[in-house]
Design a protein around this ligand. Structure first.
Ligand code: ACO
Length: 385
């Protein structure tokens, strides 16, 4: 019998994969995407460049980039059955992330045989996710869905399909920076889920659907909405201390703070805070919201150090995600789905890497149940009752 490692709750510190996609250094506060520091490339790269980098390991040449742009643009239109499903979900006013998860399972409909190979399916999945979300959101508002515009890039087209008007270059840059920042992040819970699924020799669409389910929870991708709600509820920097203290006294977690890996400030928080600042300098009321968020952040970090000494609970990516996406005009309900649209680049990249190099992922469990019981049939159990 092979040796079994000691039980590690939450698999903390366990190495379960090798990857060339990204590296997270929680002590130094660094995120490296295929060799580049996130703060160096996220604010300047086009999302398609990051996708190519993650999937191929190097930045694309102009021809390679143009090919990827065209391939993504070619598969944005949704199958009719997907739109019908979204319409049914909209009639029930389901949360946007649930509609995305349901529709993700239909992503391999209406594709020619040549697209039913892993790498090609990855392109179709990535291309169609923003179309799903924008179509759903418009159906939920009682508005007509907007067909995709093949002349626009991935980020710009998502905004266009949501709002039915060409987005400003500043908004496109803001969204592109966001999508780049969250495109990949080591072996996080949803990426691990995707790898586990394809490691059984299942398929990319199943992997993305499963990853969406893992991302939805508030301990992973579901935190930015509640983080923004918290800032709005506080409303005034003078109320931050009392409000946050009350939450911590009640044993609640502050959304947007703490991380399994980062024990210093999440480097993505800085990239997103800088991107958000540009949207909050335009008018006095917007500047006020930014100042309020900064005050809430400072107070939260100070109180977390006092209430949870030695835990090093710092600002994570979700806090400034909330502020940036709100600044871009996205409704709170679309924060987690938009995170998924960015992270899908990493999910597909990891799935392809797992398919190429991996082995069935099958950890062990320590059994803690009863032993040596003897079967008692139903008649005897009835008599004894
Ligand atoms: N607010 C208050 N206390 C916290 C927080 C927080 N945000 N985060 C952790 N703690 C406390 C825990 O209650 C625990 O306290 P205890 O030792 O007294 O029981 C201690 O700090 C350690 O917490 P763990 O649960 O062991 O930390 P873990 O590494 O499992 O959790 C997590 C990381 C889930 C992100 C956690 O910090 C959290 O719940 N944060 C709030 C939700 C959030 O922001 N999620 C987004 C994460 S980023 C992402 O996934 C994209």
């Amino acid at each position: 019998m092979s040796a079994v490692a000691p039980y590690q709750p939450g698999l903390e510190g366990i190495v379960a994969a090798q990857t060339r996609l990204s590296h997270v250094d929680g002590q130094e506060g660094a995120l490296i995407l295929a060799g580049y520091r996130v703060e160096e490339i996220a604010p300047v790269a086009e999302f398609e460049e990051i996708v190519y980098l993650l999937w191929h390991g190097s930045l694309p040449t102009p021809t390679e980039l143009e090919t990827l742009r065209q391939e993504l643009a070619a598969w944005r239109t949704l199958p009719g059955a997907t739109v019908d499903l979204l319409a049914a979900a909209a009639r029930e006013r389901l949360p946007a992330i649930d509609a995305l998860r349901m529709a993700a399972g239909t992503l391999d409909l209406e594709l020619p045989a040549a697209m039913h190979v892993d790498a090609k399916l990855g392109i179709a999945v990535l291309a169609r996710m923003p179309s799903i979300m924008a179509t759903y959101w418009r159906l939920r508002q009682g508005a007509e869905p907007v067909p995709p515009d093949p002349a626009l890039g991935h980020a710009a087209n998502y905004l266009y399909m949501l709002c039915a008007e060409p987005p400003s270059p500043a908004a496109v840059r803001g969204l592109e920076t966001y999508l780049n920042t969250v495109a990949d992040h080591g072996l996080n819970a949803s990426t691990f889920t995707a790898r586990v699924i394809v490691a059984t020799r299942s398929d990319i669409v199943s992997a993305i659907t499963g990853a969406l389910g893992a991302l939805k929870g508030p301990l992973h991708g579901g935190a930015p909405g509640p983080a923004l709600d918290m800032v709005f509820e506080i409303g005034d920097p003078a109320r931050a201390e009392a409000y946050l203290r009350a939450k911590l006294e009640a044993g609640e977690r502050l959304m947007g703070f703490g991380h399994r890996i980062y024990k210093v400030r999440d480097p993505r928080a800085e990239v997103l805070a800088a991107a958000a600042r540009t949207f909050y300098t335009a008018s006095a009321d917007k500047r006020e919201l930014y100042a309020l968020a900064a005050a809430v952040e400072a107070t939260a970090v100070r109180l977390l150090a006092a209430y949870k000494p030695g835990r090093n609970l710092q600002t994570n990516v979700e806090f400034y995600t909330a502020l940036l996406l709100h600044g871009l005009g996205l409704p709170t309900e679309l924060f987690t789905p938009t995170f998924a649209i960015g992270r899908a680049a990493g999910w597909v990249g990891h799935a392809l890497e797992q398919i190429a190099t991996g082995r069935l992922i099958r950890p062990a469990a320590h059994y803690t149940g009863a032993v040596d019981r003897c079967w008692v049939d139903i008649a005897a159990r009835t008599a004894a009752a």
